[in-house]
Design a protein around this ligand. Structure first.
Ligand SMILES: [Mg+2]
Length: 361
């Protein structure tokens, strides 16, 4: 029995060309995708230089602590020239959210970098620094110097009835040495103290940033031609799914291949790749086809086939006639993911023991 599983109807006409030639616009996350701390992620810069000859690139980050100029300079310094107007941060999205709910000129307590404060000021608000100034809203966004007294003022203001706006909920922030606490971790401490939950989280996984970028790029852009690219399932990929965009998950940041295999339904990317070379090597719009019998489940995706045997619960991956066990291509990883998600949705247990490099239980 061949089972139609996902709705890929709108893709059928473009099967075979690379992601960079099919999609008109890539919305790229930064941390863990292009750089990690100050350093470039392997293959990122050369891949994007190549991709930019075929598609437009925009840079979308949940990090509100740096200005668009700083981000553009950073990437340019790494070897990829970027204009500040091609960068969108969660500071832009939180300013917009504030304008939709809080009257202009109202006092707002900003716990955030001078960049975030400037952005909120430009949006038309009076910036205050203490709960004693009776702010009507608190805006919180991570910055490296954030301290206990900042978080305390935020909690005091919320306890007095201020509305809580945050730039993003990322729990961790990838650095050269490892994962550091992100804004979401700090927000949790304020929520624990004040008992007040954020009214708005402006960054990903909400699709606001993607929508702002697309609108700025072109009013007539077909959503099917937009590819969100990120390293986090719970922000970048979830935002893509909420906004109705295709997505590529790269494994250069916080997400391991095993995480993608076990992703919940709303956090599954369209494509998986070890790194940004996937923009050129992965073929766009391949449709997985499913063959589910009494003894096996098989998924065909491009030239790859992932076979699951009911009796042994083992998965075998084939590229053509060749059995693949390690160093998977993007197409192979994506194919195994489609099989894994199918098995999970049908409550079928699987063993990934034959697939080396897949750190699975
Ligand atoms: Mg990231």
């Amino acid at each position: 029995m061949t089972t139609p599983y996902d709705d890929n109807e709108h893709h059928s006409y473009a099967e075979g060309c690379s992601l960079s030639s099919f999609y008109s616009l890539a919305l790229l996350d930064l941390d863990g995708v292009i750089y990690r701390g100050h350093d470039a992620v392997p293959y990122a810069i050369e891949s994007l230089r190549h991709a930019s000859q075929q598609m437009s690139l925009r840079y979308v980050t949940n990090n509100p602590s740096r200005s668009c100029d700083d981000v553009a300079q950073h990437i340019t310094h790494l070897g990829l020239p970027v204009q500040p107007s091609h960068v969108m941060t969660s500071a832009d999205a939180v300013a917009l959210a504030l304008q939709q709910r809080i009257p202009a000129s109202a006092p707002v307590l900003v716990v955030g970098s001078s960049t975030l404060q400037q952005r909120i000021y430009e949006a038309g608000y009076e910036i205050v620094h203490s709960a004693a100034d009776h702010p009507v809203a608190v805006v919180e966004g991570w910055f490296p110097q954030i301290g206990w007294s900042d978080l305390a003022q935020a909690a005091f203001a919320l306890e007095q009835g201020a509305l809580y706006f945050i730039t993003n909920r990322d729990l961790t922030l990838p650095q050269e040495q490892g994962l550091a606490p992100g804004n979401g971790s700090l927000v949790q401490t304020v929520v624990t103290a004040s008992g007040v939950e954020p009214l708005v989280s402006a960054g990903k996984p909400e699709p606001t940033l993607y929508r702002l970028c697309c609108r700025q790029y072109s009013s007539s852009l077909d959503r099917c031609r937009v590819l969100a690219v990120g390293d986090r399932l719970d922000t970048d990929i979830l935002a893509a799914n909420r906004g109705g965009y295709d997505s590529l998950c790269v494994l250069t940041g916080v997400t391991r291949f095993s995480d993608v295999l076990h992703a919940s339904r709303d956090q599954r990317p369209t494509y998986v790749s070890a790194d940004l070379r996937g923009l050129m090597t992965l073929r766009a719009c391949l449709t997985p086809t499913y063959n589910h019998t009494d003894t096996s489940v098989e998924v065909s995706y491009g030239e790859t086939c992932a076979h699951y045997e009911m009796t042994s619960q083992h998965i075998t991956l084939y590229h053509g006639n060749e059995v693949r066990e390690s160093q998977f291509t993007g197409e192979e990883m994506t194919c195994v993911c489609y099989l894994s998600w199918y098995l999970s949705d049908h409550h079928i247990a699987a063993s990934y023991k034959g697939l080396r490099g897949v750190e699975c239980v």
